[in-house]
Ligand binder design. Structure first.
Ligand SMILES: *[C@@H]1O[C@H](CO)[C@@H](O)[C@H](O)[C@H]1NC(C)=O
Ligand SMILES: *[C@@H]1O[C@H](CO)[C@@H](O)[C@H](O)[C@H]1NC(C)=O
Ligand SMILES: *[C@@H]1O[C@H](CO)[C@@H](O)[C@H](O)[C@H]1NC(C)=O
Ligand SMILES: *[C@@H]1O[C@H](CO)[C@@H](O)[C@H](O)[C@H]1NC(C)=O
Ligand SMILES: *[C@@H]1O[C@H](CO)[C@@H](O)[C@H](O)[C@H]1NC(C)=O
Ligand SMILES: *[C@@H]1O[C@H](CO)[C@@H](O)[C@H](O)[C@H]1NC(C)=O
Length: 728
């Protein structure tokens, strides 16, 4: 594209700095171009170095020299450790690699106009750090500009300090490729601090051949990514794969949430193998006019998939039979499948799969003791399409055994309707506790080593952390995410690992933002319900498979002011929660959803969605002021915007009583169900880093600008930043 304006900018900078206009860019790729000439230029600038504004211009000028050069003179040849496509079509590919202090990017975009990238906590431009790059069609020079966004959708504004450095840039007949670098923390209020939390990466593509301006983009979007996530790759050991997939499952259009379960038998292996990673295999074909079609851009309804080990005797006849069957709707599956309790691979949308760290593997195969696996797929078909699905997981395994044998442990809040999150809350917290008694009775004397953690919740969760308490003292968090986005699920490596001892406590804490909701959100498996879970990868393997907690039933209802219901005692209700397809027979957090139509009719109250229907049908008897209302109606009528109401509720459910579940791999209890108060310990000072993240970049106070330099420069700069980045 031809950018008259950028040349104007250079001229203005030069004129303002009273530099001679001659030879500004005779060798643009070099800095300094020519030591004598350069220092002469600097000397010419000296008289102007009177105030901050002037030094800023000098700074911009110096940087500008670096940012303008001819392509092909310089190729970074960097090894990009990460690569992601930002859009559905693969038109925008972002590659990057980072050091302790810097991060280098390469963006390859199908455009002959500009390409804009942005970094933000929200998937829109307001407060976003933006960088715009393009190639001048006439000169072939690459250019980048550091900007920020003021509004959700609007013109970017150039930063006062340019913190992005161009490395290289060129365009071919179809693509523009720009490489650039910045500090992780530029210490500039107008830039985003790139850290461990999930970042919304925005992109925008300009139209080709715009004449002297950067007009509104023709395409834009965003993707949540963790930019500093350590790079894990398969190692060089020989690798085989086992595809665990559903075969041509027809998903009806009227099924918004569907859990499908199927048993698989391990492939015949001559010796024990180790699982070293897994990849998603998504094959969802929408049915159009009765025919399944392959569509490039259609979204798959596959929301998450988990593969569980089944602790069974390999010769058992029924298991071999089941392995031949097509599978079952979650609620209808045989009850024996409850022993498929140990998750070994957990994929959720947004993940590209995982590779285990090189020192750990998960045993696979009969010689490793496990013959049967259960695949569970959650289809989230809110768009209500008819789909033919053959999705699943590709398990990567190797005969070269690794040093440690690992397993996954589920922890957090037991999935039930009692995991209630009120509406209109900015930061509402819930916790799931894995008790000291449970870890004391199930872990080995030397404890376990935690390798990585997958933190999981649904749409309203903003932060999730996995806390660690030893005795009376809280240790540093095992893992945390301060900008959770349910669209992006990738486990987080625990740097250096974490030793977790017998008797230690694990607390999963979730913080939800429900300011946009009117009705309470209940816990459950559907994406419209909420969860709060950690999947912990650790070694050596133990018999502990799941460690959850929930509020005791009577305590829960009392918190909402209800003492008694008609027809059903609290004990009866508690038993329903514990036995009716809820916690007792639920072995895994990804347990079945009960929306299967027949099931609800056959089983009535018991066939509920983790208790939601039960809460709707309970009618209050005491106290009199709520009498004859259903509990759900009572909930819906509460004054949720009143902190005097919601703060004590949050406090009581968080700090109050918890019912603890300690589940072993064979579906038995590690210790009996216990009710306990929230543990007392010396908490670590809360880290305000996470608070800081919610601050937006500081916006320039344009009104106070009165200096002559600024008034000349900003209009020109504003004219250049006309990109608009709006996320979907
Ligand atoms: C990139 O990786 C290759 C092979 O691993 C290595 O030979 C080369 O030096 C690396 N280049 C840079 C710039 O690090
Ligand atoms: C143009 O560049 C893009 C990105 O580097 C590359 O994928 C594509 O193959 C190139 N096209 C041609 C014709 O060289
Ligand atoms: C699945 O269905 C497709 C289209 O109906 C068909 O071509 C394919 O053979 C089926 N696959 C199997 C394994 O039955
Ligand atoms: C762990 O269990 C042992 C008995 O098995 C008991 O003596 C010890 O006090 C327990 N420790 C904790 C922290 O509960
Ligand atoms: C739950 O499991 C137990 C055995 O573990 C069984 O006796 C009971 O019938 C099951 N309950 C339901 C509702 O399936
Ligand atoms: C509640 O319902 C019962 C029977 O359904 C009725 O006898 C009673 O009067 C009602 N009480 C109130 C306060 O409406």
């Amino acid at each position: 594209m031809y950018i008259q304006t950028i040349l104007t900018l250079s001229v203005i900078l030069l004129c303002d700095a009273k530099l001679p206009k001659s030879k500004p860019y005779n060798q643009p790729n070099e800095l300094p171009l020519n030591p004598t000439e350069y220092s002469q230029a600097i000397r010419l600038l000296q008289p102007e170095l009177k105030n901050e504004k002037t030094s800023r211009i000098v700074d911009q000028y110096v940087r500008h020299r670096r940012e303008v050069f001819y392509p092909n003179l310089y190729d970074s040849g960097l090894n990009w450790t990460h690569s992601e496509t930002l859009d559905q079509n693969g038109d925008v590919v972002l590659k990057w690699t980072s050091s302790q202090t810097d991060i280098m990017f390469r963006v390859e975009a199908r455009t002959l106009g500009y390409v804009g990238l942005g970094f933000n906590w929200e998937s829109n431009m307001k407060g976003a750090d933006l960088v715009i790059g393009w190639i001048d069609d006439d000169s072939g020079r690459a250019q980048i500009l550091d900007c920020h966004g003021l509004e959700v959708e609007g013109k970017p504004v150039a930063d006062e300090v340019q913190n992005y450095e161009l490395i290289s840039g060129h365009q071919n007949r179809t693509h523009t490729t720009i490489e650039f670098r910045r500090l992780l923390n530029t210490k500039d209020n107008q830039d985003f601090v790139i850290g461990d939390d999930t970042t919304q990466v925005l992109y925008a593509l300009g139209p080709p051949g715009s004449d002297g301006q950067l007009p509104k983009h023709v395409d834009s979007g965003s993707r949540p990514l963790r930019l500093l996530q350590p790079f894990t790759s398969p190692n060089s050991a020989p690798q085989m794969h086992w595809d665990v997939t559903i075969n041509n499952l027809s998903i009806p259009h009227d099924m918004a949430t569907l859990f499908w379960c199927k048993i698989f038998k391990v492939p015949d292996l001559p010796k024990k193998h180790h699982i070293v990673g897994y990849l998603p295999l998504i094959d969802s074909r929408p049915i159009r006019n009765g025919v399944p079609v392959v569509e490039k851009n259609s979204l798959s309804p596959v929301h998450h998939m988990v593969l569980y080990e089944c602790a069974v005797d390999p010769d058992e006849y029924s298991w071999n039979e089941w392995a031949e069957s097509v599978g079952y709707f979650g609620p209808n599956r045989p009850s024996e499948w409850a022993i498929c309790a140990t998750p070994i691979a957990a994929w959720a949308m947004g993940s590209k799969g995982e590779f285990l760290p090189h020192n750990v593997g998960i045993p696979l195969g009969e010689k490793g003791g496990i013959s049967f696996y259960m695949l569970e797929i959650h289809y989230d078909n809110q768009a209500l399409h008819e789909v033919l699905d053959s999705s699943g997981i590709r398990i990567l395994h190797t005969p070269t055994l690794r040093q440690h044998e690992a397993a996954l442990l589920g922890a957090g809040v037991g999935v039930s309707a009692l995991h209630l999150i009120p509406p209109k809350q900015r930061q509402y917290r819930t916790v799931g506790i894995c008790s000291s008694e449970c870890t004391n009775s199930t872990l080995p004397d030397t404890g376990i080593n935690i390798v990585s953690v997958l933190l999981h919740a649904h749409g309203t969760a903003r932060k999730i952390s996995l806390k660690h308490v030893r005795g009376q003292q809280e240790l540093s968090v095992i893992s945390e995410e301060n900008s959770y986005d349910a669209r992006y699920q990738q486990s987080r490596v625990v740097p250096g690992g974490r030793q977790f001892l017998k008797g230690d406590i694990m607390i999963t804490e979730c913080t939800y933002d429900t300011t946009a909701r009117d009705k309470p959100i209940l816990g459950g498996y559907s994406t419209s319900q909420e969860m709060c879970l950690s999947f912990v990868l650790y070694y050596p393997r133990t018999e502990l498979a799941g460690c959850y907690s929930m509020t005791p039933v009577d305590e829960f209802f009392e918190t909402f002011g209800v003492k008694e219901f008609y027809f059903m005692s609290m004990i009866k209700i508690q038993n329903l929660f514990l036995s009716s397809g809820n916690l007792e027979n639920i072995t895994s957090p990804w347990e079945f959803d009960m929306k299967s139509r027949n099931y609800v009719e056959e089983t009535g109250l018991q066939g509920d969605d983790q208790g939601v229907r039960l809460l709707k049908s309970l009618v209050i008897k005491n106290p009199a002021e709520f009498r004859n209302k259903s509990f759900m109606a009572h909930l819906n009528e509460m004054q949720w915007s009143e902190p005097l109401l919601t703060e004590p509720i949050e406090q009581r459910l968080y700090r109050g009583l918890h019912m603890m579940f300690c589940k072993k791999q064979d579906d038995s209890w590690g210790i009996p169900i216990q009710i306990q108060a929230y543990p007392t310990y010396n908490a670590l000072p809360s880290n305000d880093v996470s608070e800081k993240h919610y601050k937006r970049v500081r916006l320039p106070s344009v009104t106070t600008a009165s200096g002559s330099h600024r008034s000349h420069i900003w209009p020109a700069v504003l004219a250049i930043c006309l990109t608009v980045i709006v996320a979907r």
